[in-house]
Design a protein around this ligand. Structure first.
Ligand code: UT7
Length: 352
């Protein structure tokens, strides 16, 4: 029987660390100002979110999210013992693409040096914080049906250029960081139906679409982009908007139900699962999910403290972070549950 399996993983974060103490002094260009630009503080951010620092690309780097994705993709391909030429499908998940269209997957394909007339299939997906689990479900199906041999799944986000560095945007601005994570998914010949990627389930509830969004433009309007920097109401279009409490409650509820469903449908118990890797939006969300879904707390892995919320990146970044520390080992089985804008959510169980 052919199953799909994660053959390699990689992640990347920029070198620049921005602490909670530093973030309130940053302006839109990420310059450190003499006076605070945002009314926030380390105590509030740490107590309400768990975040202590996050990573930002250098303001003058010229990087787009496809560049961050490239760093992670190369590491994942190498980790799988492959070369870029072996990749026959790219799935790119991001809410911060380089430009409106085309999507990031084709830019990444060129940066990997595998574009041209024989170029592989390129998909872009838009499931925000749920991108990795949604992408994994696609990759799993593609590989098991024999459509593609080696799927490169990439999540990459460059949030730091689209945040509101004023008190108005503080509820969202302090949460997000830049980074990238990637996995190569390929075939595994086995009769054991619990090997490789053994479970994926994705859901969405469009009723929550406008509880977490970033417009940038409204195609229904002419002109479809209106931007007046002096008009504080109008210039909100540039920044993410969130009904934080509603998102929080929906995240906890749906992640708990999703974990319980994953265990029931896979017929696994926590004795057979090494790690729980939840999306990293808020440490309090993850602690509540661990409590209500009765997950052994020592199996929950979090990295929001040091990377903030990197949306589509959090799952591979967290796994790779703990792999580098030697905690997650080859062959470990992971249950990952995500929740994000849309609302979208889902779970996956897989070995790394
Ligand atoms: O990844 C996608 C999914 N995203 C999420 O899951 C995020 C879900 N939401 C959350 O994590 C939380 O709702 C937040 C961290 C965004 C906010 O935490 P909260 O405990 O819900 O705080 P709040 O919005 O109720 O705000 C409490 C107070 C308010 O002041 P008043 O009205 O009580 O005077 C806010 O204005 O905290 C204020 N506040 C801040 N203070 C200092 C909001 N943001 C900040 C800030 N620094 N950065």
């Amino acid at each position: 029987m052919v199953r799909a399996s994660i053959l390699g993983l990689g992640s990347y974060v920029p070198d620049r660390v921005v602490t909670n103490d530093q973030i309130r002094f940053l302006n839109e260009k990420h310059e450190v100002c003499a006076e605070p630009q945002t009314d926030t503080n380390h105590e509030w951010i740490k107590a309400r979110t768990g975040i202590e620092e996050r990573r930002y690309v250098p303001a003058d780097s010229g990087y787009g999210s496809s560049d961050l994705g490239l760093f992670a993709a190369k590491l994942a391909i190498e980790d799988a013992g492959l070369t870029p030429k072996d990749i026959d499908c790219i799935i790119f998940g991001t809410l911060s693409p380089d430009i409106h269209f085309p999507g990031n997957a084709v830019f990444l394909q060129s940066k990997l040096g595998i574009d041209g007339e024989e170029g592989c299939a390129c998909y872009d997906i838009r499931q925000q914080c749920s991108g990795f689990v949604y992408g994994l479900q696609m990759a799993d199906a593609f590989v098991r049906t024999g459509l593609y041999k080696h799927v490169l799944l990439v999540g990459a986000e460059l949030h730091s250029h689209s945040l509101d560095f004023t008190t108005r945007g503080r509820d969202v601005m302090v949460l997000f960081g830049d980074g990238a994570g990637a996995a190569v998914i390929g075939a595994l010949e086995t009769d054991d139906e619990k090997e490789g990627i053994l479970y994926t389930h994705c859901q969405a509830d469009g009723a929550g679409a406008m509880d977490l969004y970033l417009k940038v433009f409204e195609i229904a309007k002419a002109p479809y982009v209106y931007y007046d920097a002096n008009d504080r109401e109008q210039n909100q279009i540039k920044y993410p908007q969130m009904n934080g409490k509603k998102v929080f409650l929906n995240a906890v509820r749906n992640m708990v139900v999703s974990v319980q469903r994953a265990l029931k449908e896979s017929k696994l118990t926590w004795d057979e699962i090494d790690w729980f890797v939840p999306h990293q939006a808020n440490l309090r969300i993850n602690e509540a999910v661990v409590q209500y879904a009765e997950i052994p707390p020592e199996k929950a892995l979090n990295t929001i403290q040091v990377y903030g919320n990197t949306t589509a990146v959090t799952v591979p970044l967290t796994i790779d972070h703990y792999r580098k520390l030697g905690k997650v080992k080859k062959g470990d089985r992971i249950l990952s549950t995500v929740f994000g804008a849309g609302f979208t959510w889902g779970s996956a169980i897989f070995r790394v």
